[in-house]
Design a protein around this ligand. Structure first.
Ligand SMILES: C[S@@+](CC[C@H](N)C(=O)[O-])C[C@H]1O[C@@H](n2cnc3c(N)ncnc32)[C@H](O)[C@@H]1O
Length: 237
């Protein structure tokens, strides 16, 4: 039996959850083996295209507005500018666009397929990126966020992001990101998700000129992720 998800994408209601998980696992294995040895960036882009093709890009969880709630708790005002790294199809981004003044939202993503599902308003800028060096977004933002994104980055990409994100930050910028923390670098589900030790993140971020604070989890933190706040390193931090 097909049931509407409330967003136009049908779901097989009768399909047992663990059976679906099994299928996902096998599909992940297939994609992983196809892309093994090639850059993680390309592998993830292929995964996203596959998700979009299968209608999985359009889930709209109730917690999407919590990203804006988090930003407001950290002081964002409508006149501020925001860079949303890995903005996806604007699941949470659209709430932020609605809140910010016209033109103050920029979102990036590696997947043109995911971005094609977005319907940005108020002159929001969406950019397809091909690495995490921030050359395409060469301007400074008051706020930077990476919501449910860092867990998708392999160590090489994570280093690239942490070493380069300073290019889009000024001395008062705040970078908020959630990520699963663990005692060593771990990956699961065919390298689809990674978890990192806080000390490792701090060490790399320090090389990139950033200080890192671990904050209490908030409502936008997906299962088992922790919230990090990063700023440009100053003598005081
Ligand atoms: C789980 S979705 C989160 C979307 C959005 N941030 C949200 O919370 O609503 C992760 C997004 O990150 C993107 N992504 C994956 N690797 C990335 C990378 N290295 N740099 C930027 N975006 C990436 C994916 O294409 C996907 O759209």
């Amino acid at each position: 039996m097909l049931r509407d998800r409330g967003n136009g994408f049908p779901r097989r209601h009768s399909m047992n959850k663990s059976f679906r998980r099994g299928i996902d696992y096998l599909r992940g294995a297939y994609l992983y083996l196809r892309w093994v040895g090639k850059p993680h960036f390309d592998y993830y882009k292929a995964l996203m295209s596959d998700d979009v093709r299968r209608g999985f890009g359009e889930l709209n969880p109730v917690w999407a507005p919590f990203q804006l709630e988090r930003l407001i708790a950290h002081g964002i005002k409508p006149q501020h500018t925001l860079l949303d790294i890995g903005c996806g199809y604007l699941r949470g981004g659209q709430y932020i666009i609605d809140y910010l003044e016209e033109g103050n939202y920029t979102g990036t993503d590696i997947s043109p397929d995911i971005l094609s599902l977005a319907r940005p308003t108020k002159n929001a800028t969406l950019i397809v990126i091909s690495d995490n060096k921030f050359n395409e977004t060469a301007r400074k933002f008051d706020y930077v966020q990476a919501n449910s994104v860092l867990t998708l980055l392999d160590p090489e990409q994570m280093e690239e992001l942490l070493l380069n994100v300073h290019k889009v930050m000024h001395k008062d910028s705040v970078f908020l990101a959630n990520v699963p923390l663990s005692n060593k670098i771990r990956s699961r589900l065919w390298k689809r998700y990674f978890a990192y030790p806080l000390e490792w993140i701090e060490k790399v971020a320090r090389r990139g000129g950033l200080s890192v604070e671990k904050l209490p989890r908030d409502r936008a933190c997906m299962e088992k992720t922790d919230l990090l706040r990063m700023r440009l390193y100053t003598e005081k931090t």
